[in-house]
Ligand binder design. Structure first.
Ligand SMILES: [Mn+2]
Length: 346
């Protein structure tokens, strides 16, 4: 183990953003699709992540139109030399997803979510990825009694089973988050989704994407979460970023808030040969609203640089010393040693 890690980076078009938030309008010029695609390689990224409607302008159109637009996107990313990492059905903006997707109370709404998931799989096949990511944004409740929670679990598994049956090649990756937009999300953590994996018709094709900030919002440590998913053979992608306390999902630059926490994540990924099977290091980071147009991709390039700098720190850490300090149970000194490494003193 260790030494076989391959770090290739990815992000999604939403990570280049005009700065609009829930309290105010855009503060930067909209970056057009072609401009965004041209930025990937310049910023040092090889992979691109998509929502279904990042690939096509709308999924609520005749199938022929979806196929035509998805083929056009495939041509564009091939032209830029980009690898599509995943497609995620966006089940949180459409009027028929107000009450959730797979767990909505209205059967017509549930059918919309299932149909949209099939369309996401069709799109994934056209652009050339077998990974479908589910961020179940609105699966959950504001009011506890508004849904039958046991039945919701059953419906969630049935939806994943439907996808696995619809296409025998695709993989489904759960990206879990405990709250926001919902008060209480169903399957709020990695552990919850891992348990669901084993209830599906083909557990070998159901796995995990871990976002650092999502783990932190659940009061959990991202590195330990990642190691647990790796133990299950199911850490198939990450959304690295950072987070300052238990607030909204901040999507701060990786390592910008807590460098040691970032180190711990890189350490786990390095020690466990992450990327050796083609996994990407995804950076789900958001530019601060205060950034001006010409420097509105710093969050991406800086996150990548911080990651790669931390890889160098990880490589230099003295494993024997860690083992000795573990054996001596001198964890204070171990902590000081790691902090010294991060300050360039060890
Ligand atoms: Mn986030």
């Amino acid at each position: 183990m260790a030494g076989k890690a391959v770090f290739r980076f990815s992000f999604g078009p939403w990570n280049i953003h005009d700065g609009a938030d829930v309290f105010g309008p855009p503060v930067r010029k909209k970056v057009e699709r072609a401009q965004k695609l041209a930025l990937y390689k310049k910023l040092g990224f090889d992979g691109i992540q998509f929502h279904d409607d990042d690939v096509v302008s709308s999924v609520d159109v005749p199938h022929d139109q979806i196929v035509k637009e998805a083929k056009e996107m495939k041509r564009l990313i091939d032209g830029e030399g980009l690898i599509p990492e995943f497609v995620a059905p966006r089940l949180w903006e459409h009027p028929q997803t107000i009450d959730g997707g797979y767990t909505a109370n209205d059967p017509k709404d549930r059918e919309y979510a299932l149909e949209r998931s099939r369309k996401a799989i069709d799109i994934a096949n056209i652009i050339g990825t077998r990974n479908i990511v589910l961020w179940p944004a609105r699966e959950g409740v504001y009011v506890n009694e508004s849904k039958d929670h046991r039945l919701a679990s059953e419906r969630f598994v049935a939806a994943v089973d439907m996808m696995l049956g619809y296409d025998k090649n695709i993989r489904v990756l759960g990206e879990m988050k405990p709250n926001e937009p919902m008060d209480h999300a169903y399957l709020p953590t990695t552990g919850h989704f891992l348990a669901l994996c084993y209830k599906t018709v083909d557990p070998s094709r159901v796995g995990i994407l871990i976002e650092s900030a999502h783990a932190l919002l659940a009061g959990l440590d991202p590195a330990i979460e990642m190691a647990y998913a790796i133990y299950h053979g199911k850490l198939w992608s990450v959304h690295l970023n950072d987070q300052n306390g238990l607030k909204f999902d901040e999507d701060r630059a990786f390592g910008a808030v807590n460098l040691k926490r970032a180190f711990d994540q890189v350490f786990v990924l390095w020690e466990n040969d992450f990327g050796a099977s083609g996994e990407f290091v995804g950076l789900d980071v958001k530019a601060l609203r205060t950034q001006k147009d010409d420097v509105a991709t710093r969050h991406l390039s800086n996150s990548r640089k911080i990651f790669l700098d931390l890889v160098e720190v990880v490589k230099k850490v003295d494993r024997k010393k860690i083992e000795q300090l573990r054996a001596a149970r001198d964890y204070e000194e171990l902590e000081y040693y790691i902090v010294s490494c991060l300050m360039g003193r060890a």
